[in-house]
Design a protein around this ligand. Structure first.
Ligand code: GDP
Ligand code: GDP
Length: 401
């Protein structure tokens, strides 16, 4: 499972600088995913081959604020709830402030692992202000310079050695059936689809509450095979009782995506693809989740309208050409059963193991058509390639020696 690390601290301690340092290497790769790079509050990063998500909570806070804890926006609290680890940043140049103490108190209540990070330690070994930070009662501070990068490695090492290991992730991935998450704007028909998919199926445990998150996992069986529906924000119930819409929370969505093995991107055929859809797809791609595009409300559309929708889809979703596309009516159930063809296939594909030999052959093919760039007058040589993880991470590691 992708770990979430939240960066917390008062303004100007260097959260966004640290965020950029952690996620920087990714920018080049995500630049062509629409919408993704614009939102700089969430980013993906890697440490020793393990992918994680960074949330800069500073981005959520209002500019003008008085009483920081009071202003600790709901989004920040949500980020803290969602996080697996919290980096609490303080400023070595400014020293300890009362705000720091307030935030520390607030964080301790959350019960999440907290790493006290003293930033702006630009000169290595400059420790004069350090003792006062012990007063926060958060243990030994990690000293870093977000601007220059010192100390970041040891901090990440500490965080990751406390998080579940990749072996746990693999064990997690040997679960019996795929976990399915719905992604889409309000009103596209997610709740209706969840209900249709679960409708006549044997729901194994109904509404079992999620442990830490707002999503609910509903295990069920279809044709003797197990599945788990990740029902964000009670979609199943909502459609039944017809409650109003709630705002799409990015973290709720990310949390569901993190857990999902297959993501159903639900679109409303009558509304086409909005910026927000493209953004959500970008995030799912970035997290390496397989996507099935589900064009809903296909009922009651005439042939011309259908043709126009298909053309628009081709154009707007060009960057996920590989994703299967289905046109369905969640309301009438038309086409819904077909979704399982892709769900089952993607579940198998995403867990495949590729041998280094297979990957090396693929790498050789790629290099033949696309030479690596010259660096310092020399051409980079990529010699081998091996699989970094399953369920899937869009990156492999390439060795240059
Ligand atoms: P945020 O409000 O917590 O997101 O803080 P920023 O990342 O915007 O940083 C606030 C200021 O501190 C900026 O002027 C940064 O350039 C500066 N800063 C951040 N990290 C460091 C660091 O490691 N050393 C120094 N000297 N300045 C830093
Ligand atoms: P959600 O906000 O994405 O969960 O969307 P809902 O499932 O609540 O659906 C929003 C509205 O679209 C409701 O009025 C549904 O009855 C309607 N709807 C959902 N699926 C279909 C469909 O396949 N065809 C038609 N015509 N309407 C649908």
């Amino acid at each position: 499972m992708t770990a979430v690390i939240a960066l917390v601290g008062r303004p100007n301690v260097g959260k966004s600088t640290f965020f950029n340092r952690l996620t920087r290497t990714r920018e080049a790769l995500v630049a062509d995913l629409p919408g993704l790079t614009r939102d700089r509050h969430y980013g993906t990063a890697q440490f020793e081959g393990r992918q994680y998500l960074v949330v800069d909570t500073g981005g959520f806070e209002p500019e003008e604020r008085e009483g920081l804890v009071a202003a600790m926006a709901a989004q920040t609290r949500l980020a803290i709830t969602e996080a697996d680890a919290i980096c609490f940043l303080v400023d070595a140049k400014e020293g300890l402030s009362t705000q720091d103490a307030e935030i520390a108190q607030e964080l301790r209540r959350g019960g999440k692992p907290i790493y006290l990070v003293v930033n702006k330690m630009d000169a290595k070994g400059a420790v004069s202000e350090l003792p006062e930070f012990y007063r926060l009662g958060l243990g030994t501070p990690y000293t870093i310079s977000a601007a220059h990068g010192h100390g970041v490695e040891p901090l990440l090492e500490a965080i990751f050695s406390d998080l579940p290991t990749p072996e746990d992730d693999i064990a997690d991935a040997t679960r019996k059936g795929p976990r399915i998450a719905m992604l889409g704007r309000p009103n596209v028909g997610k709740s209706t689809l969840v209900n249709t998919m679960l409708g006549e199926k044997r729901v194994l445990v109904f509404d079992e509450p999620g442990t830490t998150r707002d999503s609910i996992r509903i295990p069920y069986e279809r044709q003797g095979k197990p599945y788990v529906m990740i029902d964000t924000a009670g979609m199943r119930r909502r459609a039944r009782v017809g409650e109003g819409l709630e705002k799409l929370s990015v973290l709720k969505t990310l949390s569901a995506l993190r857990e999902a093995d297959v993501v159903l991107l639900v679109l409303d055929a009558r509304l086409g693809i909005a910026e927000q859809d493209a953004h959500l797809v970008g995030v799912a791609v970035e997290l390496g989740r397989p996507i099935v595009v589900v064009v809903n409300k296909w009922d009651g559309m005439n042939p011309e309208e259908r043709k126009a929708v298909k053309q628009e889809l081709e154009r707007r979703l060009d960057f996920i050409r590989y994703a299967p596309v289905y046109t369905i009516s969640a309301l009438h159930g038309t086409g819904v059963g077909d979704l399982y063809k892709s769900i089952d296939q993607l579940w198998i594909d995403s867990r495949r193991h590729f041998s280094t030999a297979e990957l090396n052959r693929a790498l050789a093919d790629v290099i033949e058509t696309h030479q690596p760039p010259m660096v310092g007058g020399r051409r980079i040589k990529l010699r081998y390639c091996h699989q970094g993880g399953r369920t899937p991470s869009p990156w492999c590691f390439m060795g240059t020696n």
